[in-house]
Design a protein around this ligand. Structure first.
Ligand SMILES: Cc1cc2nc3c(=O)[nH]c(=O)nc-3n(C[C@H](O)[C@H](O)[C@H](O)COP(=O)(O)OP(=O)(O)OC[C@H]3O[C@@H](n4cnc5c(N)ncnc54)[C@H](O)[C@@H]3O)c2cc1C
Ligand SMILES: Cc1cc2nc3c(=O)[nH]c(=O)nc-3n(C[C@H](O)[C@H](O)[C@H](O)COP(=O)(O)O)c2cc1C
Length: 482
């Protein structure tokens, strides 16, 4: 070998070693970031800050991650954890904790935080001194704040709450406020007043970021931008229920943007930027469960057209099912919804839903099929078999090829008395118990009104309150209801 060849080989070898070293560094940093995000081994530490989130459909979790990133930009060590993974002792190990919490139902916590709310938050100490508005001055608390009881469980902890909600609900930010009150009663001291966010209001988020800037010692933190929409093409729209007594329901097929297919998992949500007319400005987003997998090459949605009493089209559903036409561009972004991702193992899965809830269940069944996990039982409800058998051919094919071990379809109006999915579950209580004893998880998708409550009551009757609560806590009972 000539010296020139030897020199060239050395350069290539050096380059490969450098790449390997850099790659290991990247992997290590990725692993650290993931661990920090998931709160893995988040051993309490006085120096580190904790960002705890309570999220049902992923928005609070996403904002918790952004909060942590903003604080890290100021050089702070920050852990992120779901509230459901924490207890009072763990909280007490941190000096500063930021909470990002959404609200569901009648001012309730998200499912994954239900056990925390039920157990930890039931422990009330003697109410702390009455509150005065906290005024953040950098990291210090306004000297006028009442002195907390030094023996209270969370004395010495400073906290703030970002409460997510929607003013259309009666108990606006109800859980965030409950959490705030409870923290106060436990002797924790507010860093600044609770920040309420109505439907992702950018002004409220800027207010929160302002406080993060003070905590991080940075005045130059960039404003949070909502993730950018991408332009998907509405390729096809099939009317699934002509002649139905219910509102028209459509299967929409969207083809990817020019930038290529983005990644998502079964259970994730598409946020759509609707327009009031073709070419008009984008309106506040609406959420739809994704009904397909990236492997399908298209993104599909099942959308029910909504109308007000005066016949006006609903903003999001009207845009998708009436105003936009095949060939039009649809502004869409995908939001991760970890709470509704498929189990990673091959445990049995009971999938329960009604109406457009089939969307989320369909994506899950497809994911299970791809993974070769075949112990799946679908219980699906609609109004009439003659008109509302959404995706019937596909479901029957999955039943025939063993993807679905069992299928029950329940049509509420095909007989004199109303019959719903919860009745079907109750009739098969022994089978439900046997599946649960075998390790099954239960996933529920569809209507909050009627269905979710009815299914919950039926499961409590069959399995018992405490065992179902444990399943909720362990992620074996998951809901994506709206
Ligand atoms: C996590 C999640 C997943 C979802 N997945 C799906 C899904 O897969 N498929 C699906 O179809 N939906 C889904 N939804 C519901 C969806 O996001 C929308 O809420 C739904 O499409 C209605 O929105 P809209 O903009 O069409 O109606 P809006 O304009 O928001 O109106 C809401 C309701 O109020 C009525 N209304 C509107 N204006 C008036 C008025 N002036 N006076 C009286 N009444 C009025 C409308 O008719 C409608 O019934 C999901 C929701 C969530 C939170
Ligand atoms: C079924 C359902 C029930 C809700 N109930 C309430 C409520 O009672 N009070 C409230 O302020 N917001 C309520 N919201 C709004 C959510 O709190 C809000 O959309 C929040 O941003 C969701 O965050 P997440 O994705 O982290 O769960 C509800 C939303 C849904 C879909």
């Amino acid at each position: 070998m000539t010296p020139r060849w030897i020199a060239a080989a050395c350069v290539v070898l050096g380059w490969l070693l450098l790449c390997g070293w850099a790659w290991r560094g990247v992997r290590r940093r990725q692993a650290q970031a993931l661990a920090a995000r998931q709160g893995v081994d988040a051993s309490p530490s006085q120096d580190a800050m904790l960002v705890a989130y309570a999220s049902q459909t992923g928005y609070a979790e996403a904002l918790a991650a952004q909060t942590a990133d903003a604080l890290r930009a100021g050089g702070l060590t920050v852990w992120v954890a779901a509230l459901g993974q924490l207890d009072v002792a763990r909280l007490a190990g941190y000096r500063r904790i930021l909470f990002v919490a959404s609200t569901y139902g009648e001012g309730d916590p998200p499912d994954a935080a239900a056990a925390f709310a039920e157990h930890a938050m039931q422990t009330r100490t003697a109410p702390a001194a009455p509150r005065e508005a906290a005024q953040s001055i950098g990291l210090a608390i306004c000297a006028a704040s009442p002195q907390p009881d030094a023996h209270a469980p969370l004395a010495g902890v400073q906290y703030a709450v970002l409460a997510l909600g929607d003013r259309d609900y009666r108990h606006f930010c109800g859980f965030g406020h409950r959490l705030d009150d409870w923290l106060h009663d436990q002797g924790a001291t507010p860093l600044f007043d609770l920040v309420e966010v109505d439907g992702g209001d950018p002004a409220a988020l800027r207010h929160w970021q302002h406080h993060l800037g003070l905590l991080a010692g940075r005045s130059d933190l960039p404003d949070w931008q909502a993730p950018a929409y991408e332009s998907w093409r509405l390729a096809r729209r099939e009317w699934l229920n002509p002649g139905s007594q219910g509102g028209p329901c459509y299967l929409l097929t969207l083809t990817p943007p020019d930038t290529g297919m983005c990644a998502w998992q079964a259970g994730d949500i598409a946020e759509i930027g609707p327009r009031r007319e073709r070419g008009g400005p984008l309106q506040p987003h609406r959420e739809y469960s994704i009904a397909s997998l990236p492997a399908d090459g298209v993104l599909q949605l099942l959308v029910r057209q909504m109308r007000s009493a005066d016949g006006g089209l609903g903003l999001g559903s009207g845009w998708l099912t009436g105003i936009a036409q095949p060939g039009d561009d649809i502004a869409l972004r995908v939001r991760s919804n970890r709470n509704f991702h498929a189990p990673q193992d091959d445990r049995p899965l009971i999938l329960v839903g009604n109406g457009t809830g089939l969307a989320g269940l369909r994506a899950l069944i497809k994911a299970r099929r791809m993974a070769g996990h075949r112990r799946n039982w679908l219980v699906f409800g609609e109004r009439n078999a003659a008109h509302d058998g959404f995706c019937r051919d596909e479901i029957e094919a999955w039943h025939r090829d063993g993807t679905l071990a069992r299928v029950d379809t329940v049509y509420s109006r095909d007989q004199a008395e109303r019959r719903y999915v919860q009745h079907c579950l109750l009739e098969q209580a022994e089978r439900v118990k046997a599946w649960v004893d075998d390790g099954a998880a239960i996933y529920v998708c569809g209507s909050l009104q009627g269905m979710a409550g009815g299914v919950d009551a039926a499961l409590r009757q069959m399995l018992g309150d405490a065992p179902l609560q444990t399943m909720l806590h362990d992620g074996r009972y998951r809901r994506d209801v709206y």
